[in-house]
Write a protein that binds this ligand. Sequence first.
Ligand SMILES: Nc1ncnc2c1ncn2[C@@H]1O[C@H](COP(=O)(O)OP(=O)(O)OP(=O)(O)O)[C@@H](O)[C@H]1O
Length: 936
Amino acid sequence: MPSKRKAEVLIQRGAKRAKTGRSSHMPTTRTTISRNLDSNEPNDKPDEEGDQVLERGVEKNMDLFSLGRHQKKHTILKPLPYIFGQNDFSYLGLKKDHQNRPLWIDPKKGRIILESFNPLAEQAQDFLTTIAEPLSRPNLVHEYALTMHSLYAAVSVGLAPSDIIKTLSRFLKTPLPDEIRAFINSCTQSYGKVKLVLKNTKYYVESPDPNMLQMLLKNPTIGPLRVQGVETITTSVAPKIGGLVIPGTKNAAGVKQINGEQPQHGQPVQEDTILSCLTEEDDEDQEVTHSFEIAGKHVETVQKECLNLGYPVLEEYDFRKDGVNATLDIDLKPGTQIRPYQEKSLSKMFGNGRAKSGLIVLPCGAGKTLVGITAACTIKKGVIVLCTSSMSVVQWRQEFLKWSNISPDDIVAFTSDSKGGSGFTGITGIIVTTYSMVTQSKARSHGAENVMKFITGREWGLMLLDEVHVVPANIFRKVTSSIKTHSKLGLTATLLREDDKISDLNFLIGPKLFEANWMELSKQGHIAKVQCAEVWCPMPIDFYDQYLKAPSRKKSLLYIMNPRKFQACQYLINYHEARGDKIIVFSDNVYALKAYALKLGKAFIYGGTSQEERLRVLENFQHNPLVSTLFLSKIGDTSLDLPEATCLIQISSHYGSRRQEAQRLGRILRAKRRNDEGFNAFFYSLVSKDTQEMYFSSKRQAFLVDQGYAFKVITELAHFDKTPGLVFATAAEQRKLLQKVLAENETTDEDITDDLFHSDTMDNRKKKAVTRRTAGVLGDLSGGQYMAYVEQNKRAGQKKTGNWNRTARTLREPSRGQDVVNINQTKRVGQKKVGAQISGTLGHPRGSQDMVRSRQNEKMDKRRFNEKKEKEKNEGKKKFDDCKKFDDSSKKNDEIKKKTDESKKRNESKKRKRNAERNPFFKKISRENARRAAKR
Ligand SMILES: Nc1ncnc2c1ncn2[C@@H]1O[C@H](COP(=O)(O)OP(=O)(O)OP(=O)(O)O)[C@@H](O)[C@H]1O
């Protein structure tokens, strides 16, 4: 579903999903941190019963949070149904100074439209990114959706419902619709009302409203769980960013982090000291918060009960008051300054001086790595970084060493090639690994097993989840259930999935804390400005003819290998090489990748390229002025950091994948020359005209269009036909190419198992044939393991016979009545167990009428069986008589034959004698014989 439409239904989806029982919908409450700090009980098994309770709670509560519940009937004075249909909101009325206000709102869908040309647009945009989901941000009008998740995120960064309503009303051209007001109230009144805070190794249920806590204490489940012997409800100053300074910010340059804020390992922090630090700022306008303590072992119970009551618990990690987990000696290197949008995103995470779990969405190349590193430098506890590939692991480690003062010994990579060496030198440190390393279920090597034990056996302050959008929900569940961490930060550029599961992340990790505007960052020069174009390449008539007839796989090869596309690619390469650009050409189809690269004489890398070759080619591409173009398969889609690349050409892609389009664009967003005056990077998609490719292309562009990118359509490249030296210029060459394409069977796209830097040799090795010993039976060797022997027993009294063909059909079509009857016959007649078993397994359970019919059948069959038996008895007797007769006649025949043979022999000896007498040769022999006999 295109993002626009998808987002339209976001609000309704909350309620709908709840009905379908999607488990992922309960957020931070699904925590898996080992709460039980003072017990040794393993806590990494999913609590199934707990999950069910959670889901029931979710279903109950989700209905409360749908905008549909708040809809009312309105009287429209001058209805214009022929223009607006059901969406006539004229009843709202415009405010007098509506021209000065930048926002419109749709009370039915909760969509907000921002006029980005309005003088107040910038302020309104800042506010909207906090309370709503950006859907589409083209040049003049932006569209946002007010959703349950977005409001939840707004509350989690400290916005009160009254603030949301007040500010939204101020920016709206119309009065705030009642439905929206009710929706905001219903979503925000329960979220964030109850917090679970880990402070100085103790767990507190916290709320700004003391009545809320009183109500919880009166609850028969929660009340008794309060730690006895302490004051019922403690009132303290509400948390503020206080003395916390995020490293790398301007603030950090002038203000020093409060000394002694980080407690020494094992040393509890004095509450007074903290209070004095917190109260330093402004004493007059102090907000207070109320809390009561619960034991670590009761945390899960309290969470579940709160959810049942309709108050999902928000988790915060008060890392400054965690004296149990060791402090990590890490800070940003002096002189490092984070960019304003990086600071903004982190201020959402550390808004109240505590670490909130959630997602930060920044465009490709905007510096997500530094955001993660700065978060680690702020929390200063053990960090675990999860990446998608082993090369990302290497890059993350390098970036940590580049930007922070972490000792190389305290940051270890844990991959299939590197098992973490000898571990940290200090008490704590940073582990960088891949999702697959921590979730693999196969047996590990001894070293890897030890590292895993180390990872799962301790508490981490922060878990950084890189490229969080690519990882399936079940992997997250595995990760979060096995690794105990107090806060999680997911980083991504494209919070997009074609499978529509992206909102699961809101609950598995936390709400979206910040999402940057691509266009804004590009205007500010943080990412490159990009000119996007779709180049239409008409197909020669022969190619198009074949395209229309071809099966779908061949179709795609035909539109990729279109000779006009070859020429357009060559034309663009020549043009940009002449400009001094470095060009990446992407092709998902490996056959086409090789064909293009070889024909145009350029370097290429694909899954089958060896590691050394990849590094050599990349090295040349970056530093050798003679190598300006590189052909890449989809192994280079993500994580490829080539700031030299300034132009990108796509010749084949993965259908309508918006994520791939955005990730590929990201390869040129970090272009080195982006700050040059008037510099543009170029992004071309070559599309064969009037083919499926045009449809896929428009689908792919949806995300980037929503980010404000405009795709120009180029139907004719300047002086294209007059360009000398283009390949496949003659009809004969094109025909030859067509023949090759038609004869080509290898059209499959590359199956990616790894990234650009990590060759698939590992996987090849795994796939090699190995000898395995498995238990089995002889039937397996003959391929008969899936067959069942059913005795059809058509002829009673005969030896049992197997009807393999019939049985095979029976198994394939288990629901066919006739087969079931056959099998039932077996049961009746042959009384063989096998048949009975199969009828039980395969036959459809039938009603009572079938049972009656089956009894009648049984009677009839008994009669037939007796008749048959009789008949066969007679037949057998007859056969015996016949055989007897046959035996007699055969004896006679033998005697006659014997006599004939004897007479034949006699005749032959007579004949020989006669011949000998007549033949001189025989005479000579007989004379000779006579002489020898005389001699003797
Ligand atoms: N505050 C900063 N100051 C200077 N350079 C920065 C800053 N933030 C990021 N960069 C640089 O920007 C480049 C891109 O950063 P990074 O690789 O972290 O981007 P990314 O968002 O992770 O990209 P992708 O999503 O494509 O992986 C890097 O070379 C990084 O050093």
